[in-house]
Design a protein around this ligand. Structure first.
Ligand SMILES: C[S@@+](CC[C@H](N)C(=O)[O-])C[C@H]1O[C@@H](n2cnc3c(N)ncnc32)[C@H](O)[C@@H]1O
Length: 304
């Protein structure tokens, strides 16, 4: 007999129930394609109805799972706008992207312009994402995209595997897309939800014990808010998985019921002889059904 949640929703083992994975259509810093097999091992033990990804970026896990029902969010409004345009206007987007030549002049022209329409903003975002040096996404202090043109083989390679945009649009059919801070997104997580959090890392990895704080993009206070939000969401019955830097202070802060260290060869260093393994943490907060429900709003904690 199928198990039905209190609110009538029916849990499923999502992998089996869904279409094959697609590759993410964006190149994104900190993207987790490499971690997907490890994440799937954890997820396959659990049933869920709604998939939530509050730090969406390139959405590697989302596209691997292709859940029927999901809530995807990120603080980056240009990023979420692009997902919306891919979801709702894939063919018009492709019509606009196809004729764009890949060269320095077109790149510079698009990089300097600030289109107003959501469709043109997405065209610019996708073009720059594909043609920027190293596929980097970097904004200066004024919030302007400041990565130089990638050049090289990109001038002759096709800009897109165009069918990736159409298969991404299909994968996004059941997705609700929101530009919100993670704490707002996590406050909706509840029983029957699977939540994957992949924040921007605050501390560098365990390289020589060196700690580099990334206060501008994701502060230690943000990490504290995230830890509280994850404990609360698990207390309301959600399964929460968090990626984070392999660092003792981070582990102590999250104090997760389960943690796993994962390693991969770093591709950040151009000199192959200096590449080394980088460890990361996966924190798992299994659902704690029956906990007294708590709700965290930004900066405040409410007991229900
Ligand atoms: C490491 S990336 C996620 C990568 C993603 N897992 C993938 O596979 O491509 C982190 C994302 O968190 C977003 N982010 C940073 N601070 C945030 C916040 N306070 N609330 C929501 N999203 C945030 C960034 O815009 C970025 O897209």
């Amino acid at each position: 007999m199928k198990r039905v949640l209190n609110d009538g929703r029916r849990p499923t083992r999502q992998q089996g129930a869904h279409s094959p994975s697609v590759q993410p259509f964006l190149k994104w810093p900190g993207g987790k394609r490499w971690l997907v097999p490890e994440l799937l091992k954890i997820i396959e033990e659990h049933e869920y109805v709604t998939y939530r990804e509050p730090f969406l970026g390139g959405g590697a896990l989302f596209f691997a799972l292709r859940p029927k029902r999901s809530v995807l969010s990120d603080i980056n409004s240009d990023l979420i706008n692009t997902y919306r345009q891919v979801k709702n206007r894939a063919s018009t987007l492709l019509e606009q992207l196809r004729p764009l030549p890949i060269n320095q002049v077109t790149y510079d022209g698009l990089r300097e312009c600030c289109p107003k329409s959501p469709l043109q903003r997405a065209v610019r975002f996708l073009y720059l994402n594909r043609t920027a040096f190293g596929g980097m996404y970097r904004l200066n202090k004024l919030g302007e995209f400041n990565v130089p043109f990638g050049g090289g083989e990109r001038t002759t390679a096709p800009l897109w595997q165009y069918d990736l945009i159409t298969s991404s649009a299909r994968a996004l059919r059941g997705a609700k897309l929101l530009t919100v801070d993670f704490e707002v997104a996590l406050s909706d997580a509840r029983k029957g939800d699977l939540v994957y959090c992949d924040p921007t890392y605050t501390v560098a990895h365990n390289n020589n014990g060196f700690i580099r704080y990334n206060e501008r993009n994701f502060s230690w206070e943000d990490q504290k808010r995230l830890s509280r939000s994850c404990h609360s969401a698990a207390g309301r019955g959600a399964l929460v998985i968090v990626s984070n830097a392999y660092h003792r202070e981070v582990l102590d802060l999250f104090a997760p019921p389960q943690h796993i260290a994962v390693a991969r060869s770093s591709r950040l260093c151009p000199d192959v002889t200096h590449r080394r393994s980088v460890d990361e943490y996966l924190f798992v907060f299994p659902p704690r059904e029956g906990d007294k429900a708590k709700r965290h709003d930004r900066g405040r904690v409410h007991e229900k």
